[in-house]
Write a protein that binds this ligand. Structure first.
Ligand code: NOJ
Length: 560
């Protein structure tokens, strides 16, 4: 296998901040930029190299900043441009980097471009968005939006419909317009000139719409799929090449795309020879497991080891030698990883959080930590609709429950497992009121378990999840095989143990992870396996793995 080309973003650990929920400096209940700046030493101590901030641009917050109304202004609740400059300076002063969220598949419906565009068919901004005439008294086609309901909204004034693949307050931009593209590229250069270090590109696979034909319908679903016409099209790749030439070239930026797809589809974007981006987030191990059929993502499906392993191994081996990978389980769109893939009971939360962390940090690719994951933060487990804030939840309720198609209790159960607000509860800093997140009323209730899951306690405790993450990150910084080693799947049929190896030169890492709450036999665990590099247990038993045990051996690579 060809040796990996070195790059700073391959050797880095990325930490995702969801600014709204990270730290509030002014008591309005909403996290902000000075709040982030005040906690940079915490991230530095953890060992973080790169901070990815979810969107911080002006926004009416229909989708918490993923609906931007001005790409050149900071969201009022988050602070000012001076606060941004100070934050960026403070990040760089600590030797860390900043990646911003690029949301350019759509804007807010309050963006001036859209306000102008909807003024009428003759507006000079009309073609900044996607307007079509209706068909047979209804929308132009059968597409459903990601957030439930039709993907088209009628504008009574002109009688035409505009496309929104997400909420109706998030109209899709028309990348076919050269003027729009130049406006977006100018905006990207503006932020690069300010000194940012990269972009996480939201919904980037959807920017190139190729046709507006009706899409296939899953049996029982209410709407057709926009996928074939709007996702991973040749047109998207053409726009991204234009972006590379006009907005990325000349800057040392890390780029990571967000687009659900197959290995082959995502390889096109991140191909080491000719890809447009450095790496892609794949979704198959999270959204791919839900498979709610007609209910979209909403279901009771769990995340069994056999499925997770099959999917992760497929991605690890499929990208190897061809494209760099991202490795993550949690983000602001997913429930908390320890609740979903691990075990968040009092007895096993810490062990299983460390086990999952070992898996992520020992795989091939850049690891992404989502805020609070390094503390083992858990799902919120809300029981009532009113406790949620997320537009996705309310749209789903409207489509399925309000219309009488699904029982409310069932839907609440799906939400408690999978809703995005589970990961958006405020960061748990300490045992003070509101977990030290705010002196005001938090925009989303704090998880009451902050009394025993919080940063202040864990930073002091050498056995905490936080301290374990610190060790894992340190290994990445000091052990090149962790970054560049070849991934080799092991024990692929074992019902309880996830095992793999990494090899580089004369070194081999063997990673063994017990995904169960029982002791299990694992013949690979033995005295002769090499030196224990890291483990979530202080002692080990030959031939056995303890509940949720993770152990990594370093040994000489086997010849051949
Ligand atoms: C993906 C983002 O991560 C999610 O939070 C957002 O709702 C959609 N894209 C739309 O921007």
């Amino acid at each position: 296998m060809r040796a990996e080309k070195r790059a700073w973003w391959k050797e880095a650990v990325v930490y995702q901040i969801y600014p709204r929920s990270f730290a509030d400096s002014n008591g309005d209940g909403i996290g902000d930029l000075p709040g982030i700046t005040a906690h940079l030493d915490y991230l530095k101590d953890l060992g973080v190299d790169v901070i990815w901030c979810s969107p911080i641009f002006a926004s009416p917050n229909r989708d918490n900043g993923y609906d931007i109304s001005d790409y050149y202004a900071i969201m009022t609740e988050f602070g000012t441009m001076a606060d941004f400059d100070e934050m960026l300076h403070a990040i760089h002063a600590r030797g860390m980097k900043l990646v911003m969220d690029l949301v350019v598949n759509h804007t807010s419906d309050r963006h001036t471009w859209f306000l102008e565009s909807r003024k009428g068919k003759d507006s000079p901004y009309r073609d900044y968005y996607i307007w079509r005439d209706g068909k047979n008294g209804g929308p132009p086609n059968n597409w459903g939006s990601v957030f439930s309901g039709s993907a088209w909204e009628k504008d009574e004034a002109s009688g035409q419909y505009y496309l929104h693949l997400y909420a109706k307050e998030q109209p899709d931009l028309n990348w076919a317009s050269p003027r729009l593209r130049e406006d977006l590229f100018r905006m990207m250069r503006f932020w690069s000139e300010k000194g940012i270090d990269g972009w996480r590109m939201d919904a980037i696979g959807k920017i190139g719409k190729e046709n507006f034909d009706d899409g296939p319908i899953v049996p029982g679903a209410l709407f057709g799929s926009f996928e074939p016409a709007c996702h991973h099209t040749e047109t998207t790749h053409r726009y991204l090449r234009l972006m590379r030439e006009n907005a990325l070239a000349g800057y040392d930026l890390m780029t990571v795309g967000e687009a659900d797809g197959t290995v082959e589809q995502l390889l096109r974007y991140a191909d080491a020879e000719d890809g447009e981006l450095d790496m892609m987030f794949s979704f198959e191990h999270n959204d791919g497991l839900n498979d709610g059929g007609e209910l979209g993502k909403w279901s009771d499906h769990g995340a069994p080891l056999t499925d997770v392993r099959r999917i992760l191994n497929k991605w690890q081996t499929g990208l190897q030698g061809k494209a760099w990978a991202t490795v993550y389980l949690g983000n602001h769109d997913q429930p908390r990883q320890v609740s979903r893939y691990g075990n968040d009971s009092e007895l096993f939360r810490t062990r299983s959080a460390k086990m999952l962390a070992t898996m992520i940090h020992m795989m091939r690719g850049t690891p992404y930590i989502y805020q609070g994951e390094e503390l083992g933060m858990t799902n919120a487990y809300y029981t009532q609709l009113e406790q949620y804030r997320d537009v996705e939840v309310y749209n789903a309720w409207e489509q399925w429950v309000a219309s009488g198609l699904v029982d409310g209790q069932d839907m609440l159960r799906y939400f408690a497992r999978l809703a995005r607000d589970n990961a958006r509860t405020p960061m748990q800093w300490n045992r003070e009121e509101n977990a030290g997140f705010t002196t005001g009323t938090p925009w989303l209730p704090v998880n009451p378990n902050y009394l025993f899951i919080n940063a202040a306690d864990q930073v002091q405790d050498p056995d905490s999840v936080y301290s374990y993450y610190k060790q894992l990150i340190h290994l990445r910084h000091t052990c090149p095989v962790v970054v560049y080693g070849t991934f080799i799947p092991l024990l692929e049929d074992d019902p309880c143990v996830y095992a793999f190896a990494r090899e580089m030169g004369d070194q081999r890492l063997t990673v063994l992870l017990n995904w169960t709450d029982r002791k299990v036999r694992c013949k690979t665990v033995s005295e002769g396996s090499g030196q224990v590099l890291i483990s979530n247990y202080p002692t080990h038993q030959t031939g056995l793995l303890q509940p949720y045990e993770a152990i990594v051996y370093l040994s000489a690579a086997q010849p051949g």
